[in-house]
Write a protein that binds this ligand. Structure first.
Ligand SMILES: [Zn+2]
Ligand SMILES: [Zn+2]
Length: 470
């Protein structure tokens, strides 16, 4: 008997954590942070629903914080096993978990100032920078397509999920000892879009699976064509430039920022956009960009060609682009009076430097905010998508007069058709499928489509903490 328990990203996108109990061992797939309403997130991320010391191993699909962000909490509470992932994911985590720890420390400082005034007891950060450094010691890397036995009778293979640098689909070939049966369990991780820039296309699991855990982020949506997205970006930049406004692009420092920088580089090379100054205002994005430059083994053919022919020989660097690291450089951007493009994190506008830029410019009708990623409910990003006229930033109510544009073509996620194509490529259809990492409407739309169009049977959408025996 193999037991699966869905401890996160169940009925929602963030907080990916799936526990597998097999051959008397406990294996965790991903250990992500839950993102959403502040209080709820605070409590959920703190109270892990299992004892970290009881886990034997972790497999990490990719570095995004909603998959990796709670790993330091495991180490802090006694986890001693290996965390297996690709080399690029490991290197991204080295930068990202340290940054996340810094955010956790700052967050608690802010909450504690208020609690101290009210005479309440003070909180500890979820984890600290030393915790993040400590957990990096547990990483064991595994390149794509190199099977390894990670627990007795459990063979792990990682294949390219095409979602971000180093992202993997997790294949577990299990010899179940008690019942002497062979079973293949596949966890899709986040599935990327075909023809996305920089990285390779997602690799489907051609021979199929017995049990499938699959993401469903855009199970009910279709993305516009890639060509249209770059044209749209060009149009938005030119319109804003003519108005004399600035463009703010809130973006995940990891993945989305590099994709957009590469797009801007191509538009700039073709002279399709004016030579406006472009700032990547995020120390994390700056660090992560060097990880992107290091892992050329993950690039697609187009990116390799670009490297050979580009004058700058750097997809992530060109004349009008600056990476700003210090707080002083970041603050100086507030005084820019000429059009500029500012790319800054966090992607859902919950924290980070982008908040300062929004506070400074969102009431100016010349400003454009470009939304380039999925926005969780109850985040500032979601309120902007929904057209809020007033928003709260740093406790202050501010009028939103900016143009808000949504460009989901930069998404790192396959849309409905991409997901169906990935699943449909499986020769052996899974006997059980569990849909995770999607809001309820998206997951149920995908469940219906999988049954109707790819012939899958028994598709479940687990609720939080629900267990299944397979
Ligand atoms: Zn992801
Ligand atoms: Zn994700």
């Amino acid at each position: 008997m193999i037991k699966l328990t869905f401890h996160g990203a169940a009925g929602t996108v963030t907080g990916s954590q799936h526990l597998i109990e097999v051959n008397g061992k406990r294996l965790l797939l991903d250990c992500g942070l839950y993102q959403g309403k502040r209080k709820e997130a605070f409590e959920r991320n703190r109270q892990l629903p299992f004892d970290p010391a009881s886990l034997d191993a972790v497999v990490l699909s990719h570095a995004h914080i909603d998959h990796s962000g709670n790993l330091p909490t495991l180490a802090k509470h006694g986890f001693k096993g290996d965390i297996t992932c690709t080399p690029a994911t490991r290197d991204l985590c080295a930068a990202m978990l340290l940054d996340s720890a810094h955010i956790q420390e700052k967050d608690v400082e802010f909450v504690n100032r208020r609690r101290a005034r009210q005479g309440q007891n003070l909180f500890e950060p979820l984890y600290t920078q030393p915790d993040a450094l400590e957990v990096m010691r547990s990483f064991a890397t595994l390149s794509y397509d190199r099977p390894r036995e990670i627990l007795p009778g459990v063979h792990l293979t990682l294949i390219d999920a095409g979602h971000m640098l180093g992202s993997a689909t997790v294949i577990l070939d299990i010899e179940e000892q008690a019942e002497r049966r062979q079973l293949r369990l596949v966890f899709s991780g986040d599935i990327g879009k075909k023809n996305a820039p920089i990285i390779r296309d997602p690799v489907p699991v051609r021979d199929g699976a017995d049990v499938l855990i699959m993401e469903s982020t855009y199970g009910n949506r279709l993305h516009p064509a890639d060509e249209d997205t770059e044209r749209e970006l060009e149009r938005i930049i030119n319109d804003t430039y003519r108005r004399g406004g600035c463009i703010i692009i809130p973006a995940f420092a990891v993945g989305r920022t590099q994709t957009i920088v590469y797009s801007l580089h191509r538009l700039y090379n073709k002279r399709d956009i004016p030579a406006v100054p472009i700032f990547v205002d995020s120390p994390l994005a700056t660090d992560v960009t060097s990880v992107f430059r290091l892992h050329q083994e993950t690039y697609d053919e187009e990116m390799r060609q670009f490297l050979l022919t580009d004058d700058d020989q750097n997809p992530f660097g060109f004349q009008t682009l600056r990476y700003t690291r210090s707080v002083e450089e970041s603050k100086a951007l507030n005084f820019l009076r000429e059009p500029a493009i500012i790319i800054s994190a966090s992607g859902m506008m919950e924290n980070g430097r982008v908040l300062h830029h929004l506070r400074n410019r969102i009431s100016d009708p010349r400003t454009t905010v470009i939304i380039v990623g999925w926005q969780a409910p109850d985040t500032l990003g979601r309120r902007l998508v929904e057209g809020a006229e007033k928003v709260r930033i740093f406790g202050e109510e501010i009028e939103n007069r900016a143009h808000v544009e949504t460009l989901l073509g930069f998404s790192g996620h396959a849309d409905r058709n991409g997901l169906l194509e990935w699943a449909g490529a499986m020769e052996k259809k899974p006997a059980r499928t569990f849909l995770v990492h999607g809001e309820p409407e998206a997951a149920s739309a995908l469940a219906d489509a999988l049954k109707a169009e790819t012939g899958f049977s028994a598709v479940d959408i687990p609720v939080l903490h629900q267990s299944f025996e397979v």
